[in-house]
Design a protein around this ligand. Structure first.
Ligand SMILES: [Zn+2]
Length: 278
């Protein structure tokens, strides 16, 4: 049986205006905030209803009683409002959770996504090819092969185990890099759910085949640069830097793509602002 998703509403199983339509009709401020109607008193919640006219008996009175029953179980905090991820008890957002919930709805992923791109060197493509096949020597992969590793933690965030998928997809550090790449390339920011999404992402964008190919090449270079930064952190204790990785992606991808595509229209100026190909 599929697990039940939480309702996602601040209180009750649905929006209050749908649960209590007759009461909503006489609410004087339809878009009021919770703290305009409920506050904490010394003996429990204090209600500050503001109806357009006095409540009549019958169905309105009945809905008011239901409203009080619904909201009385909520504790109103006095602190600042904050976002909470409702799909996990901790309230923290994790990409892995979305992935888990999508799997409930049988979201399918393509079987294989790797296509060699001749606008980048083979050594660049090999990192993504290996990552897709889970063949990169990450700390978890090494431990699986009984190689002694100091610990399994990711060298970027030190919070989660270092698997290929974590390193390139769900790690906060990687996500900041992908966001920046999306901004630079003027494409909508994306959240990858697994490594295949990174390999397929270029196909979801509109534009010519050249534009798609260049995006794919940039994603492959980004993966290569992330892996390089990870190795520098691991073997030379070099502090990973988002700015350094982004600079490297832009300059290396420019050199390779300009030379290999033999496209005269690419210049460093239009590359930097990504005004290339439509
Ligand atoms: Zn990490």
């Amino acid at each position: 049986m599929a697990p039940q998703l939480p309702s996602g509403y601040w209180v009750g199983p649905g929006p209050l205006f749908m649960e209590l339509p007759n009461l909503f009709k006489i609410e004087s401020k339809k878009l009021c905030m919770v703290n305009e109607r409920i506050t904490n008193g010394s003996h429990g919640p204090v209600y500050m209803w503001d109806w357009a006219r006095p409540i009549s008996g019958g169905v309105e009175q009945e809905e008011l009683q239901r409203l009080i029953n619904i909201v009385s179980i909520v504790t109103i905090g006095m602190g600042k409002d904050k976002f909470k991820w409702n799909y996990d008890d901790s309230g923290d957002f994790r990409v892995a959770d979305i992935k888990r919930y999508f799997s409930i709805f049988n979201r399918s992923t393509p079987i294989s996504s790797f296509v060699w791109n001749n606008w980048v060197p083979k050594k660049v493509g090999i990192v993504s090819w290996s990552a897709e096949k889970d063949r990169l020597p990450t700390r978890c992969a090494l431990a699986r092969r009984s190689v002694n590793v100091p610990d399994l933690l990711c060298l970027f965030c030190s919070e989660h185990d270092e698997t290929g998928e974590h390193l390139f997809v769900s790690c906060q550090f990687a996500q900041i890099i992908w966001q920046n790449i999306a901004t630079w390339c003027k494409i909508p920011s994306f959240i990858a759910f697994d490594f295949k999404d990174i390999l397929n992402m270029h196909g979801y964008n509109s534009g010519s085949w050249k534009k798609k190919k260049v995006l794919n090449a940039i994603f492959l270079v980004t993966v290569w640069c992330i892996w390089k930064a990870r190795n520098e952190a691991m073997f030379n204790s070099v502090q990973p830097s988002v700015t350094k990785i982004l600079d490297e992606v832009k300059s290396m991808a420019f050199l390779w793509i300009k030379n290999r595509s033999r496209d005269e229209t690419i210049t460093w100026e239009n590359w930097r602002s990504f005004n290339i190909f439509s």
